[in-house]
Design a binder for this molecule. Structure first.
Ligand SMILES: *[C@@H]1O[C@H](CO)[C@@H](O)[C@H](O)[C@H]1NC(C)=O
Ligand SMILES: *[C@@H]1O[C@H](CO)[C@@H](O)[C@H](O)[C@H]1NC(C)=O
Ligand SMILES: *[C@@H]1O[C@H](CO)[C@@H](O)[C@H](O)[C@H]1NC(C)=O
Ligand SMILES: *[C@@H]1O[C@H](CO)[C@@H](O)[C@H](O)[C@H]1NC(C)=O
Ligand SMILES: *[C@@H]1O[C@H](CO)[C@@H](O)[C@H](O)[C@H]1NC(C)=O
Ligand SMILES: *[C@@H]1O[C@H](CO)[C@@H](O)[C@H](O)[C@H]1NC(C)=O
Ligand SMILES: *[C@@H]1O[C@H](CO)[C@@H](O)[C@H](O)[C@H]1NC(C)=O
Ligand SMILES: *[C@@H]1O[C@H](CO)[C@@H](O)[C@H](O)[C@H]1NC(C)=O
Ligand SMILES: *[C@@H]1O[C@H](CO)[C@@H](O)[C@H](O)[C@H]1NC(C)=O
Ligand SMILES: *[C@@H]1O[C@H](CO)[C@@H](O)[C@H](O)[C@H]1NC(C)=O
Ligand SMILES: *[C@@H]1O[C@H](CO)[C@@H](O)[C@H](O)[C@H]1NC(C)=O
Ligand SMILES: *[C@@H]1O[C@H](CO)[C@@H](O)[C@H](O)[C@H]1NC(C)=O
Length: 399
């Protein structure tokens, strides 16, 4: 334990004493985006039982937090509700595009989604929504369950997804050029939904896992060794077969690109009833060829976070941060907590701060000590005050 830990504990006590913490409503199938590498936004989602939301949440990652008290804020809300959508931040970090998924009026009829547009733009300058007019053939309409990727030239890549009305898995790659607001649509022979997409250095995108056919059985899920690669420079596709540990097929998982070309995947499940898949946490080493899967062992990573699917994940300062989503078990049990995986040390941790490595009992002990210290000072001040007064009184009575 370091000196900084003590300051942290005092800070922690202050936070607990001073702030009344806002815990977001549990939800799943929301979409999230990290803006300017500091603020994490969460859009929409399902509160359970098809109770969809127009809520926008944000969490500032540049100020350290403990998983017991992440400082979530509610942003402006939208004029429509949506879930199963995907999102990207514009190249200048001034707006967020919300794309696809199921969108509803505020007086939502769950059986009747409205699709006014595929794309909505949320301005971070003034928290207002606009419907951009995009030219070109739009082959993307009504697809959801996909993960969009934006590159540094402002091209958004939208692959596959599932058409909610028909259950058909979409066999398109749609490229949305945000610099001139136009579409380019490419027909494909492959289709996937519920995968995890990651943009690599150099411009390749990896598509990992997901489901490739409309039915829901074990063979609907893509073999996790069959990694699909899209080269955004040449607009061409590659199939790469990974080796290594066995990773069960899944949809609804998340992936982040960690240091040294390691992709960390977390969670996901098989439908119906969001059946858990094994393992929850794994690493794909793409620095070697063929790519290699490695299961991160419980004994080294520490207590696992609960098994989640349709959650949100982001990557900040070598931490993989996971929040909200659905617990993988039967019934719709939803999560309102946040978990942090340190991808430098391969450990679940409690705080988003490298200078602190406290366990929960340590935090409690230090907090109790800190409360006693504060009480002690209050008592000392009161006693001093009293003794001053009694001296005064003595002087008075001596007259
Ligand atoms: C957060 O989730 C826990 C466990 O599911 C639940 O007990 C608690 O009431 C939830 N808190 C809020 C504010 O929804
Ligand atoms: C936008 O955010 C990225 C980090 O995600 C940063 O590299 C870039 O410089 C930012 N652009 C502007 C214009 O602030
Ligand atoms: C939807 O969820 C919100 C937040 O939990 C709640 O206030 C509202 O009553 C719910 N609506 C329905 C129709 O269940
Ligand atoms: C992004 O962050 C950098 C440094 O933190 C800041 O200088 C810049 O103004 C930010 N850009 C936007 C668009 O907020
Ligand atoms: C936000 O404001 C900046 C600076 O005025 C401008 O360049 C940018 O286009 C604005 N973004 C949106 C979405 O209005
Ligand atoms: C917010 O900014 C957008 C884009 O710059 C603009 O079209 C819209 O009118 C602004 N809305 C408000 C309420 O100022
Ligand atoms: C899109 O076009 C419509 C009709 O031409 C117009 O009313 C609307 O303002 C345009 N939206 C934007 C964001 O330019
Ligand atoms: C489309 O979404 C509705 C609302 O959640 C859901 O009830 C329905 O099963 C979905 N249809 C398909 C084919 O996934
Ligand atoms: C791509 O598929 C759409 C139907 O989804 C069809 O209308 C279009 O002609 C196809 N484009 C090409 C180049 O084959
Ligand atoms: C993209 O992936 C393909 C297939 O693995 C590979 O041949 C190519 O070199 C990669 N491109 C870059 C820029 O890494
Ligand atoms: C990749 O494999 C799938 C079947 O697993 C096949 O349909 C597709 O054509 C292959 N793509 C390439 C570029 O080889
Ligand atoms: C890790 O722990 C969880 C729960 O304790 C267990 O279900 C899982 O099988 C363990 N995984 C490994 C790889 O040991």
């Amino acid at each position: 334990m370091k000196i900084s830990s003590l300051f942290f504990a005092l800070y922690f006590v202050l936070i607990v004493l001073v702030s009344c913490q806002f815990i977001p409503t549990s939800r799943y199938l929301q979409t999230s985006v990290l803006v300017n590498n500091s603020k994490w936004y969460i859009f929409g989602g399902d509160f359970g039982n098809s109770n969809f939301t127009n809520e926008i949440l944000n969490l500032e990652l540049s100020s350290s937090f403990d998983i017991s008290s992440p400082q979530w804020h509610k942003d402006q809300i939208g004029s429509f509700k949506y879930f199963f959508s995907t999102s990207c931040v514009s190249v200048d970090n001034s707006s967020i595009f919300i794309i696809g998924g199921n969108m509803y009026d505020l007086d939502q009829r769950p059986e009747d989604p409205n699709y006014y547009s595929n794309v909505y733009e949320y301005s971070l300058n003034n928290s207002s929504w606009t419907t951009p007019n995009i030219t070109g053939i739009d082959n993307f309409k009504e697809c959801g369950g996909l993960q969009s990727i934006i590159d540094n030239t402002g091209r958004i890549f939208l692959y596959g997804g599932v058409r909610n009305i028909s259950g058909e898995i979409c066999n398109k790659m749609s490229i949305f050029y945000t610099n001139n607001m136009s579409w380019l649509s490419i027909n494909l022979t492959t289709s996937r939904t519920g995968y995890a997409a990651t943009l690599l250095k150099g411009g390749n995108i990896t598509y990992i896992g997901g489901r490739s056919v409309a039915t829901y059985n074990d063979s609907s899920y893509v073999n996790m060794n069959e990694i699909l690669i899209f080269d955004t420079n040449s607009l061409s596709w590659y199939n790469v077969t990974a080796i290594g540990d066995y990773i069960e097929g899944r949809a609804g998982h998340s992936a982040v690109l960690a240091r040294d070309s390691k992709i960390i995947i977390y969670g996901g499940a098989k439908t119906p009833k969001a059946r858990a898949v094994k393992p929850d946490l794994a690493m794909l080493d793409i620095n070697v060829y063929p790519f290699k899967w490695i299961i991160l062992n419980n004994s080294t990573v520490g207590a696992p976070s609960p098994s989640l699917t349709s959650h949100s994940a982001t990557f900040y300062d070598d931490f993989m941060i996971i929040t909200l989503g659905r617990f993988t078990m039967s019934g719709t049990y939803l999560n309102n907590s946040t978990y942090i995986f340190d991808t430098l040390n391969f450990k679940w941790v409690n705080t988003l701060d490298r200078s602190i490595s406290l366990t929960a009992p340590e935090i409690i002990t230090i907090s109790i000590i800190a409360i006693f210290v504060v009480l002690f000072f209050i008592i000392v001040v009161v006693i001093l005050q009293r003794s001053k007064e009694s001296i005064k009184n003595e002087r008075l009575s001596s007259f």
